[in-house]
Ligand binder design. Structure first.
Ligand code: PMP
Length: 797
């Protein structure tokens, strides 16, 4: 055929009764016939129809498409015989000759059109498409068996294999001719895949005769669903790049998988062990697999036009589209890197176990890893993290990658400025001027002098010095369970540290104020804010010598605590009355996360004397900032220079400016408000259904879910919270716990987190909460709470 197409419209139209007749007349078989699905041929399962001979052999009667050339059928027959004689460990159908002695028999239909008929023995098994789930062993078996087929076919040749077949990925351009039939939005989604296919270097890929159709309906698996036993339907056999065989298998192995790349990696691994892939083949795998999916949906669109009644045509399009949508959301370089690692082509790559071992030997042992089975993340993109094994995680906790992991605008700003100049604040630079002007413009008027530093800790350390220089005193008030940084002076004002493991207790110059916790603490309801603020007034009267009150504007380590209205206003008034200054630690909460406001302190209607910033400020580039009043800055300017080698360097300023630009241009503060409200409502709805959830709180994209074993006693469910976090990780969602009782699940995702992400989080959290609801499970070990003295105490009204 001129276009290499065997037309679906020319598929044979024999009836079951025709098949029975052909079996009898041509092969001398007395059987019942049952139609099997086929795109362009007709296949009938022939078996004993009487039920009297359960062990009787079964056959497949194959009637080829009218357009199929005789030499292609001969190619298939010879290839079957070749494979049967090869050492593949697989069982292939055998060709049964007709009574006439012919392997291929011409027959005519009612209208006199000629068709070729063959008979094959039946191979027992179930199709891969019907096995759920696909175990890692099964996927590896798919790769290994296909590799054995490809190894066997390396020595096979047949003139008819050198054909221009539309299912040959080398000729996928035949499919792209139908792109116009795809609706525009979806077509745009396919474009990068088509371009990646266009960029392939076919000369660099070894070629051979390949099976070319390891789709999940053609792959036959044993009854236990544990290993592949055969490949059916040799209709697409062609001489092409050998690696296309594997790429096609990957396209189908990825369908309906939560982690398609991880599933594909299992298949690649199994294949590579038997027939090692070159690096060029490894790199071609993903573009080829994606091209196969694109070709499928293009042909489906075309064929649906030709034969609207043929349901088989659309069987695989829904899952194919779903998969394509998922793949389109992945960073394109990630699957390639996963496959390179799988095949040993990633320079410097190490296994998770090797990395852990290196850390164990060489990294300070006080640095911890998250999760009992640590994650090995190699890529970030927007609100997702991508691991070395092909799994993607929805990141609900990284508030550093504020505008999304690997944001191109921030990356470009950093790369551009790094290539030009990176110096320090002892030279004049436009970016420094522009950044501090733009930063100060986000703050209320008295906050008008900035210092740029390298971390949240440095910011708080400087805030401490500013406060002490301004007041001439040392005393510090802090909130219970607070964390303000890792320097010696900050550990001393962080109850989370000095009262935690390895801590040396509260220093004399520090006073701990009760966390304004309206769920578990002594005060709630209207007036709770003022009552909690009264503790500061009391303490100020008792202690004297107050330099500063340090507080996050909503407490992170305290358990994602949102303060009752009036709390900070009352607290600030008390502190100022005692001559102290008020430091708002916005390291976690700043830069629009509150949604309703750019700074969380604004939700309390207060203006601090010093604001400290860090984490999100430059989207992961290490940076911090302190903004204060002119008066406090003047007090600090006592002749001693404040020099900070890296603070305020042009590269940091470029990164931080890009962050401000992106927050504005992508409407991320507004997104924090709407998505935050949506999540809060969804979480409250979950709480109504799951007794495990004692409290839900939050503002914008800063949320907490407090788990309890009993809603009356509020006994903290710390073990359950850890279990929820672990199970959510297994479901591909990253969360963590916080709070003094370790029973609060914190949610503070990158600000590009959207409604669909919220839906994913909510539905998975609902499933896991259901499993863990009190009384439902025995699987969670009820270990004693870490701060046992407070467990189970009902302190609320
Ligand atoms: N303040 C708060 C509220 C924090 O959460 C942190 C870090 N977790 C810091 C300060 C210290 O920031 P960094 O780790 O950047 O030094």
């Amino acid at each position: 055929m001129s276009d290499g197409q065997v037309h679906v419209g020319n598929a044979p139209q024999f009836t079951d009764r025709d098949a029975v007749r052909l079996a009898r007349d041509l092969y001398g078989l007395s059987v019942a016939a049952e139609r099997l699905p086929s795109e362009r041929d007709q296949n009938f399962l022939l078996r004993d129809g009487t039920g009297l001979h359960p062990g009787a052999p079964r056959f497949v009667l194959k009637i080829a498409n009218r357009d199929e050339a005789l030499e292609v059928l001969d190619l298939q027959n010879r290839l079957l015989a070749w494979l049967a004689a090869s050492d593949t460990g697989l069982e292939f159908p055998r060709l049964v000759a007709a009574r006439s002695g012919l392997a291929i028999t011409p027959v005519a239909d009612e209208e006199g059109a000629a068709y070729f008929v063959r008979l094959l023995t039946w191979v027992d098994g179930v199709s891969l498409a019907t096995v759920k789930p696909h175990s890692a062993a099964l996927l590896a078996s798919l790769g290994a068996t296909l590799a054995r087929v490809d190894r066997a076919l390396a020595g096979f040749s047949h003139a008819a294999a050198h054909r221009e077949l539309y299912w040959d990925l080398r000729h996928a351009s035949m499919a792209w001719r139908h792109l116009d039939l795809i609706p525009e939005a979806r077509r745009a989604m396919l474009r990068p895949f088509v371009e990646a296919w266009q960029a392939l270097d076919w000369d660099g890929l070894p070629a051979s005769v390949i099976y070319n159709d390891a789709n999940d309906y053609n792959v036959l698996v044993d009854a236990a669903g544990s290993r592949v036993v055969s490949f059916l339907d040799l209709g697409d056999v062609v001489h092409s790049a050998t690696v296309c065989d594997l790429a096609i298998a990957l396209a189908y192995a990825m369908l309906d998988k939560r982690d398609p790349i991880a599933a594909a990696a299992e298949v690649v691994s199994g294949y590579h062990r038997v027939r090692p892939l070159s690096q060029a083949e490894t790199d071609a795998l993903y573009p080829l697999a994606a091209a196969r999916l694109c070709a499928s949906v293009c042909y489906a669109a075309h064929q649906a036009r030709q034969a609207p009644a043929n349901e088989y045509l659309t069987i695989s399009t829904r899952p194919a589209w779903e998969l394509l949508e998922k793949l389109a959301s992945f960073p394109a370089d990630w699957p390639r890197e996963v496959f390179r690692r799988t095949c040993g082509y990633s320079a410097g790559a190490r296994t998770a176990a090797a990395l852990e071992e290196s850390r164990r030997r060489m990294l300070g042992p006080s640095l911890s890893l998250s999760y009992s089975e640590p994650l090995h993340i190699i890529r970030g993109w927007r609100q997702h993290l991508y691991d070395a094994g092909g799994r993607r995680y929805l990141d609900c906790v990284n508030n550093v990658a504020h505008v999304g992991h690997a944001h191109p605008r921030v990356n470009a700003a950093i790369a551009h400025q790094m290539a030009l100049l990176n110096t320090n604040t002892r030279y004049l630079h436009e970016l420094l001027a522009e950044y501090i002007e733009r930063l100060i413009a986000t703050l209320p008027a008295p906050l008008s002098v900035a210092y740029l530093v390298n971390s949240g800790s440095e910011a708080n350390e400087l805030a401490l010095r500013l406060a002490r220089a301004h007041t001439g005193r040392d005393g510090i008030f802090v909130l219970d369970a607070a964390y303000h940084g890792n320097t010696g002076a900050l550990v001393d004002i962080s109850p989370y540290k000095f009262n935690g493991k390895g801590g040396r207790g509260k220093p004399a110059h520090v006073e701990i104020m009760p966390l304004p916790d309206v769920y578990r603490g002594p005060h709630s309801g209207p007036g709770a804010g003022a009552r909690y603020a009264a503790y500061l007034a009391d303490a100020a009267r008792r202690t004297g010598g107050l330099a500063a009150f340090f507080a996050e504007s909503a407490s992170g380590c305290g358990g994602q605590m949102i303060f009752p209205p009036g709390y900070l206003a009352g607290a600030f008034a008390a502190v100022r009355a005692a001559g102290g200054v008020c430091v708002a630690d916005e390291v976690q909460t700043g830069f629009g996360r509150a949604g309703s406001h750019f700074w969380m302190f604004e939700t309390q209607g207060v203006v601090p004397d010093i604001v400290t910033m860090g984490k999100p400020i430059a989207n992961g580039h290490p940076m911090g900032a302190v903004v204060t009043t002119r008066e406090i800055a003047a007090s600090f300017s006592n002749g001693m220079e404040y020099f900070n080698t890296f603070g305020g360097n042009p590269v940091s300023c470029a990164a931080a400016l890009a962050v401000l630009d992106v927050i504005r241009d992508e409407g991320l503060q507004e997104n924090a408000r709407t998505t935050g409200d949506y999540l809060l409502a969804g979480l409250r709805d979950l709480a109504a259904r799951h007794p495990l959830i004692g409290d839900v709180r939050g503002h914008g994209l800063f949320l907490g879910v407090e788990l309890v074993r009993d809603r009356d006693t509020r006994e903290p469910a710390a073990a359950e919270a850890a279990e929820v976090v672990d199970r959510m990780k297994d479901l591909g969602v990253l969360l963590s716990t916080d709070g003094p009782l370790h029973n609060v699940i914190k949610i503070k995702p990158p600000m590009v987190f959207g409604r669909a992400d919220g839906d994913e989080l909510l539905s998975k959290l609902s499933a896991v909460s259901y499993q863990l609801n009190p009384g439902r499970i025995a699987s969670v070990r009820h270990r004693p709470c870490a701060t046992g003295n407070r467990c189970g105490r009902r302190t609320g009204p």
